[in-house]
Design a protein around this ligand. Structure first.
Ligand SMILES: [Zn+2]
Length: 103
């Protein structure tokens, strides 16, 4: 398992008598020996990464909806009112599904 940087000062951690301590002697983790699993445990960071992934997926979905919305006026101008309405309804449906997916 690769060691992450010290969660408090960002310095490297290293093995010390079967546990991990911080290499920075000014950091309090220099005097605290913890398991490798504990050292690498970053629950908040992991949650934030998951949130960023969710937001990126949502952003991709919203961009595609926006792009489709931009085309609706073109359909209307070309006399395809019915198709424009159909596209709009399907976009609303997609948006609703996205909203439900978040919960
Ligand atoms: Zn440290």
């Amino acid at each position: 398992m690769n060691l992450k940087p010290c969660p408090f000062c960002g310095s490297d951690g290293f093995n010390h008598q079967g546990g991990i301590i911080c290499s920075n002697s000014d950091c309090f983790m220099f005097n605290v020996c913890v398991s490798e699993q504990f050292w690498n445990n970053r629950p908040l960071e992991n949650d934030l990464q998951a949130d960023i992934g969710d937001m990126n997926r949502e952003n991709i979905g919203l961009k595609s909806i926006l792009k489709a919305l931009e085309n609706i006026d073109d359909y209307k101008m070309q006399g395809h009112e019915c198709y424009a309405k159909h596209v709009l309804l399907s976009l609303r449906d997609r948006l609703k599904r996205m909203e439900r997916g978040k919960k």
